[in-house]
Write a protein that binds this ligand. Structure first.
Ligand SMILES: C[S@@+](CC[C@H](N)C(=O)[O-])C[C@H]1O[C@@H](n2cnc3c(N)ncnc32)[C@H](O)[C@@H]1O
Length: 288
């Protein structure tokens, strides 16, 4: 079978072809089984250290923005929500787009300011309330590993859509699928893989205690590890509700499902088992 599972739409798709860009970016696992995938520059989402997941997001971003540039006949203006430290902003910039990055966190906004201070194509906005004040109109909105941090993600998407010009796009990557629709074995595998990795990061006591609470379906409001991860508390992110919402405003909406977990071993095993736990949603061509 090999490592052939990629983002699957509602039906599985063929794995992406490996391009010179993939190789440059760290790329897919490669044709040689002996070659170890390279790690990417740090992203705030530990899952995205996996070269295949990371390269897939970059490839999709680049293809979408190149198509948009060609169709518009000018540089698109792109809003990246919750850019963290700018890992994916670089990919957006590389397409020639102008980028507005927002960050709710003041330290992250300061880091972004420092990173892009000499780049006139980047505007950094500290957006403490996440309400897009001062963003203006854009041609595309990108969220990477952000929606599951936003308590009312549907309202946030509603607000973002009002900033997208006709013909534009909204792309969201790397959010956990809605738990109530996941097969029990997938949910269990995801939780065990995630919290085993967490335990391996060092804080054994806290890690084991968190795993215990997760397996019992109990959430402790006094624990940061329970309450800061909104997706755990509210059972993932409802990808179908997001897609339904976006279909009201976009001509073409696609949900891609795939397996993602921080541990390299568990990532490889999950890829082979073809058991998606994560999604991306790609909405193209904003209607008038
Ligand atoms: C897991 S990090 C992902 C960072 C980056 N997108 C990446 O993939 O490397 C989530 C980021 O979203 C930011 N964030 C969460 N909610 C936000 C909102 N409503 N508006 C702007 N930023 C937000 C957090 O401050 C955090 O930096």
């Amino acid at each position: 079978m090999g490592l052939r599972v990629w983002f699957s739409r509602d039906a599985p798709t063929a794995p992406p072809r490996r391009t010179s860009r993939d190789r440059h970016d760290g790329g897919a696992a490669g044709s040689s089984a002996r070659r170890r995938p390279r790690r990417h520059p740090p992203s705030w989402s530990p899952h995205l250290q996996h070269a295949r997941l990371n390269a897939r997001i970059r490839t999709t971003l680049t293809a979408t923005l190149n198509e948009l540039t060609e169709r518009l006949g000018r540089r698109p203006r792109v809003l990246e929500v919750g850019a963290g430290h700018g890992t994916f902003s670089e990919t957006i910039l590389a397409t020639g787009a102008e980028v507005v990055v927002t960050e709710m966190s003041a330290p992250s906004a300061a880091t972004l300011d420092a990173r892009f201070r000499h780049n006139p194509s980047v505007e950094v906005l500290h957006d403490p309330d996440g309400d897009f004040t001062a963003v203006g109109q854009v041609d595309a909105v990108v969220y990477t590993a952000v929606l599951h941090h936003i308590p009312d993600y549907l309202a946030n998407i509603d607000a973002a859509v009002t900033h997208i010009r006709e013909g534009g796009a909204l792309l969201a990557f790397q959010d956990p699928l809605y738990y109530p629709r996941l097969p029990r074995r997938t949910l269990l595998a995801s939780l065990v893989a995630f919290y085993s990795w967490r335990v391996g990061q060092g804080d054994y006591r806290r890690g084991f205690a968190t795993i215990g609470r997760r397996l019992r379906g109990h959430y402790d409001e006094s624990q940061v590890s329970d309450m800061s991860e909104y997706h755990v508390v509210r059972q993932g992110v409802d990808e179908q509700a997001i897609a339904d919402r976006l279909r009201e405003d976009f001509a073409d909406v696609e949900v891609q499902r795939y397996w993602s977990t921080p541990s390299s071993l568990a990532q490889t095993v999950g890829d082979r088992l073809r058991t998606p736990n994560t999604f991306a949603v790609l909405a193209h061509r904003r209607l008038a």
